[in-house]
Design a protein around this ligand. Structure first.
Ligand code: ATP
Ligand code: MG
Ligand code: FE
Length: 346
């Protein structure tokens, strides 16, 4: 089964083609980073308009790369949520219209399920069951995964997501948008041990996270350094180092706890923050110590992309799932726990 996947939930227009027999056939992405950088964050209306501009050219690009035509498609999957309503509407409307015109089924896909199973696009792919750390711009969750659509929430952030905290801390340091990768780059110049930031909620049992306090801690540290006239380039790098170290350490502690609690030895990390080199290195170390394994997507499939949506679409459509004829509502908010295994819906 050959499925076209469309991702337009936020500020990346992603399109890809996935074949259940051959795997990923082609992939194209347009990032709106430059468009939103001037404003220091995503402007929803500008995002929607840009998806409209880029989507058809990207679909053409993907079909050409795979040397196929639209008549070779068996289905079209699109992100239906969670995300920005106007942005979602662009991908959903085009995906459903195109499928209807081609007389093939379409399918609404959950963006976080896309992230969650993106490590399965790599070789070797993780086997079920596993613990997943979903760390993105909008989510920080520990999930027990027994199979496709069998997800149990073990813990999540009670306030900011890890990616959001990275972006906000980066903004305080005038690093630009999106700040996560920029802060991580600056941290490589930092000195270990000059500042030590707190590891929120690690001193009590449980698997929830909180990152908003770290943001405040970062601001206070920067202000104090500035007042004392010591906020030079090295001090900024040292603050970036301490911030990243605290976030990574907190994530690592909770992953270890989740593995211990469930007795599982397989860990998957996914979502934008899973591109973070420090996080990958620390988790690789931990998992080798536990004689376990860690899996993550290549950096381009950590952040938003079409491949992860085409992948879920193909998995679920091959089991017989598809949209009904009524115009189904988009889900700007959509808990992952409302999903079920593909066969159950066939
Ligand atoms: P969600 O998937 O929760 O709806 P989103 O789609 O906006 O949110 P992603 O595209 O998965 O999020 O990830 C983007 C986030 O990842 C941003 O917050 C970005 O700063 C962060 N990020 C990307 N690369 C890195 C990195 N190397 N280190 C830290 N953070 C990073
Ligand atoms: Mg993005
Ligand atoms: Fe995302």
């Amino acid at each position: 089964m050959r499925v076209l996947g469309i991702e337009t939930s936020c500020d990346e227009t992603g399109v890809a083609l996935y074949d259940t027999a051959q795997g990923l056939l082609a992939d194209a992405l347009f990032s709106q980073i430059d468009l939103h950088a001037t404003y220091g964050g995503v402007v929803p209306e500008l995002a929607s308009r840009d998806h409209i501009r880029k989507l058809i050219p990207l679909i053409r690009e993907v079909m050409a790369k795979a040397n196929l035509t639209l008549s070779d498609l068996d289905g079209i999957a699109y992100t239906a949520g969670p995300g920005l309503i106007g942005a979602l509407l662009v991908g959903a409307t085009l995906g459903r219209s195109l499928a209807s015109g081609l007389n093939i089924p379409s399918l609404a896909v959950h963006h976080m399920e896309g992230h969650l199973l993106a490590p399965m696009l790599e070789t070797p792919a993780p086997d079920f069951p596993f613990i997943a750390l979903l760390v993105s711009g909008g989510h920080t969750q520990l999930v027990q995964v027994e199979g496709v659509g069998q997800y149990t929430l073990l813990g999540e952030s009670v306030d900011d997501a890890a990616g959001e905290a990275f972006d906000k801390a980066a903004k305080m340091m005038q690093l630009g948008y999106p700040g996560g990768p920029k802060l991580a780059a600056l941290a490589t110049q930092g000195t270990q041990g000059r500042f030590r930031f707190p590891r929120p909620m690690t001193d009590r049992p449980g698997l929830d996270f909180s990152f908003s306090g770290l943001k405040t801690h970062t601001l206070t540290t920067l202000k104090q350094l500035e007042t004392e006239g010591r906020l030079d380039e090295q001090a900024r790098a040292d603050v970036a180092f301490a911030f990243q170290d605290a976030v990574v350490d907190t994530l690592v502690i909770k992953c270890k706890r989740a593995l211990k609690q469930t007795g599982l030895k397989r860990l998957v990390i996914a979502g934008g923050v899973s591109a973070n080199v420090q996080l990958r290195e620390r988790l690789a170390e931990v998992m080798s110590g536990l004689q376990g394994e860690v899996f993550y997507p290549r950096p381009a499939y950590c952040t938003d992309n079409g491949a992860m949506i085409a992948h879920i679409g193909a998995l679920r459509m091959a089991a017989g799932e598809h949209d009904s004829n009524e115009l189904s509502a988009l889900r700007p908010r959509w808990p992952l726990w409302e999903l079920h295994p593909p066969a159950a819906n066939a």
